[in-house]
Design a protein around this ligand. Structure first.
Ligand code: SD4
Length: 351
């Protein structure tokens, strides 16, 4: 293991603003190079993640790092790993539901405050795709690895090759799905309580889920992570929005960060998370930016909006947060020094 010197550690934590200051270029140049929201106040640390039933445990793990003056990038990685490590989770990590051929394939992405990104897609038999995504970011010359190449890189990095056997609940869900072999994701399935109930819901459809997490640390730096098994019973080789930087996740430390859950094809179509960050750059609040992105997505989608669900969450550099979803039912959890709160997102499509 290499130990970073205090100097290199400091440099790693510096953002563009700090660097310009150090070089004596300072605020005049910044005023020309980036449009920033007008009212600047110092952000208080926070952690925010999609689907409250996951946030309650995942945010706590992330907050534990933040409150010890840890970095946002470490917090979001540790936070979403709580879901990845839960063998009973229907929809994140190796315990999750498989694709239609019976293989669990995982997608994940991570982004820090320095525009460094890492992602893996369609990776099999690796327990923590978010850690692998971080290793792609830090230890490879690339930003994204997929399939067998991602798995090979994981083994080189010391990840064990896990069993390909499905978890008990995933086996049961898959057997049930094979009876009709219909691909019909259910809206808001993430809210089934507990999430350890992955089989069919009342409507007769199957489960899916994702955890997207954003954090601000004590140093005012932003990071994000997103990890999922994707849509249950997807086609083999299908990749959703979660590992696509700009779609399922985006972070700009000068402006804000956003992440998404729901039907990934739609989020990719509108570059959802990047769009939200750009809207915030132009002065919109996180709530407004998420709402405008959902409206844009609605204009673009060729699908019946009643058949799809999208939930966005966002934070800005000032520590404001917001959300918006396409349908009713999306919620998220926010954790600060005052504890964790559940928030219901406002939504676009009225029943
Ligand atoms: C995907 N966005 O693979 C993910 C799925 C998801 O809650 O978010 N499910 O398209």
């Amino acid at each position: 293991m290499t130990i970073a010197s205090p100097k290199s550690h400091y440099l790693r934590q510096m953002n563009r603003r700090d660097l310009l200051k150090l070089l004596g270029i300072g605020s005049t140049l910044l005023a020309f190079t980036s449009k920033r929201p007008s009212k600047l106040k110092k952000a208080k640390p926070l952690v925010i993640s999609t689907w409250y039933n996951q946030s309650v445990t995942a945010n706590v793990a992330a907050w534990d790092i933040i409150q010890k003056q840890g970095f946002a990038i470490d917090a979001v990685e540790a936070g979403v790993q709580v879901s990845e490590n839960d063998p009973m989770n229907c929809c994140v990590g190796l315990g999750a539901n498989p694709d239609r051929e019976g293989h669990v394939t995982l997608d994940a992405s991570i982004m820090n405050h320095k525009h460094e990104v890492g992602a893996v897609a369609c990776v099999e038999r690796i327990k923590s795709p978010i850690h692998l995504a971080r290793q792609v970011m830090e230890k490879s010359p690339h930003v994204m690895l997929v399939g067998l190449g991602a798995q090979e890189f994981a083994l080189q990095q010391g990840h064990p090759l896990e069993s390909e056997e499905l978890s008990g609940h995933a086996k049961a869900a898959y057997a049930e799905w094979l009876k009709t072999s219909e691909y019909k994701p259910i809206l808001n399935i993430e809210k089934s309580t507990p999430i350890q109930t992955p089989l069919k819901l009342k409507s007769g459809e199957f489960n899916h889920d994702t955890i997207g997490m954003l954090a601000i640390d004590e140093f005012g730096n932003l990071s994000g992570a997103c990890t999922t098994s994707g849509m249950a019973f997807k086609m083999r080789g299908r990749v959703g929005d979660s590992p696509i930087i700009g779609a399922g996740l985006y972070v700009d430390n000068n402006v804000g960060a956003a992440t998404a859950t729901g039907h990934g094809e739609e989020v990719i179509r509108c570059c959802g998370s990047f769009l939200i960050v750009e809207l915030m750059r132009n002065g919109h609040s996180p709530n407004q930016a998420c709402k405008i992105a959902v409206e844009r997505l609605l204009e673009m989608t060729p699908r019946n909006p009643k058949d799809i669900q999208i939930g966005f969450i966002a934070i800005n550099k000032q520590g404001e947060y917001g959300s918006y979803s396409l349908q009713q039912g999306f919620d998220f959890g926010i954790t600060t020094s005052e504890g964790t709160k559940q928030i219901q997102a406002k939504f676009a499509v009225k029943a």
